[in-house]
Write a protein that binds this ligand. Structure first.
Ligand code: PLP
Length: 444
């Protein structure tokens, strides 16, 4: 009974603070990733691959803030650059800062499809922006997304996540008509994508095909290279843009993102997380020059006002997010961070697989570089044919039950000093060493 023996015994100060916080914060926490355990723990210190809580407990950090901290938490180089900036111009001015340019230039050097880049406030904002530009650039209406993929929590995109084929709304409080021009296609099923593209020809055409290139939900359900390349081919055949959501995979799967790994050239790419190195304000859209021209100040070369997509906000592209992002990307290159973190992910996954085999556990472990997944074998898509709609109620029930089980596992891992994402996703960073990974495996 880890709840009794660990959380109540060793996390008393966290429990007291969360109990108090519940009086003014709905649910007691402000961030959805913190909900997964019997009660959230309060973190007071983060450094490299480790985190420490209010009661002084030490943890390995396999959550990595949900993905942004590939260099490890609180990286000293990035931190010092941010402090220098704060000592000179402070967190924001509302006017232009040289690091807006430096970050955009750096991203365009690292990701060839990005000729121009617009920094925004979050991945959610960047997804909204990409949909808007795609509609302007193509003059078409519909957005097709890969079933099960997450593209942020905006009204239009809060559709069909987690389980491909369910077309369910992610959130209450969103009217159904918002999804009139959004639909999803099954992962690894190009015929299904083409069926939707054909059908959309009669309802305003398809403006964009959105993909998470490593598969929906950060590769929880992996997709093949042929499928990813096929999405690009089919999108273009039907006059739609290919929009690659690299919020998780960008600067993690490799310095050129998953698109470099798969050899695709998306019209637009959505970035988040790592582009601000763990600091707030992590979102952006980059892409081909002609498409990105639909953003801008709204004036053409003769100074005449033209209709452009309105995307941005008061605290989008602050000097803090841009300076943190710029030095994070520089350090990723210098330290070969994607490769190092990826090697750690391979070692962790290999170790998990060996334990699963040794103890005959009903789990599967797999990874794409530093994005590692540990799931209950029963929920995995390759055990099930997602395209059979009659299976969905069963899958939903099973997945719901198993999801709970995995969250309980997440709490048990935590009692062993391992912080994961809901017990099913584990990010490795360049701050890990082989010895640390071996220690993590033994705790699992
Ligand atoms: N797209 C993907 C693939 C994501 O994983 C996420 C967040 O996890 C988002 C978009 C939304 O980004 P944000 O949480 O910064 O709004």
């Amino acid at each position: 009974n880890y709840e009794e023996h660990y959380f109540n015994e060793k996390c008393g100060k966290s429990k007291a603070m969360i109990t108090e916080a519940k009086t003014v914060i709905p649910g007691g926490v402000q961030h959805n990733l913190a909900f997964n355990y019997p009660f959230p723990i309060v973190i007071t210190k983060a450094e490299g691959a480790k985190m420490y809580d209010l009661d002084g407990n030490e943890y390995y950090d396999l959550l990595q803030a949900g993905g942004p901290t590939i260099l490890g938490s609180n990286d000293p180089v990035v931190r010092e650059k941010v402090i220098d900036l704060l000592n000179t111009c402070g967190p924001s001015t509302g006017l232009f800062h040289e690091y807006e340019y430096k970050l955009a230039k750096k991203i365009s050097e690292m990701v060839p499809s990005v000729e121009m880049f617009r920094m925004l406030g979050s991945g959610t904002e960047a997804c909204m922006c990409a949909a808007r530009i795609a509609r302007l650039a193509t003059g078409k209406k519909n957005i097709l997304k890969m079933g099960g993929a997450y593209h942020g929590w905006s009204d239009q995109m809060a559709y069909g996540i987690r389980i491909p084929g369910t077309k369910g709304m992610m959130s209450k409080g969103v009217p159904g008509f918002v999804f009139r021009h959004t639909d999803e296609f099954f992962p690894n099923d190009l015929e299904d994508l083409e069926k939707h593209l054909k059908r959309n020809k009669h309802t305003g055409g398809t403006a964009a095909v959105f993909i998470e290139p490593i598969g929906p939900e950060s590769g929880t359900r992996p997709v093949s290279k042929e499928f990813v390349k096929g999405c690009e081919r089919l999108a273009h055949r039907y006059g739609a843009l290919l929009v690659c959501d690299e919020v998780v995979s960008g600067f993690r799967i490799g310095p050129g993102g998953a698109q470099g790994y798969y050899g695709i050239d998306p019209d637009l790419t959505i970035f988040g997380k790592i582009i601000a190195g763990g600091f707030p304000g992590a979102g952006g859209v980059g892409g081909h020059r002609d498409v990105m021209a639909h953003l801008g100040a709204g004036l053409d070369s003769s100074g005449k006002k033209v209709s452009k997509a309105l995307c941005g906000g008061t605290l989008a592209a602050t000097p803090v997010s841009c300076v943190a992002g710029y030095y994070t990307l520089c350090e990723i290159e210098k330290r070969n961070a994607c490769e190092v973190a990826g090697r750690m992910g391979d070692r962790l996954t290999k170790g998990l697989k060996a334990s699963i085999r040794k103890y005959n556990l009903p789990f599967v472990a797999f990874n794409i570089g530093s994005v590692c997944h540990l799931d209950n074998a029963g929920t995995m898509h390759f055990a099930i044919d997602w395209t059979k709609p009659w299976q969905l109620p069963h899958i939903l029930k099973e997945t719901g039950i198993r999801q709970k089980e995995m969250e309980h596992m997440g709490a048990a891992y935590m009692a062993e000093g391992l912080i994961t994402l809901a017990g099913t996703r584990l990010y490795t960073s360049a701050a890990y060493t082989e010895e640390m990974i071996d220690d993590v495996i033994s705790r699992f």
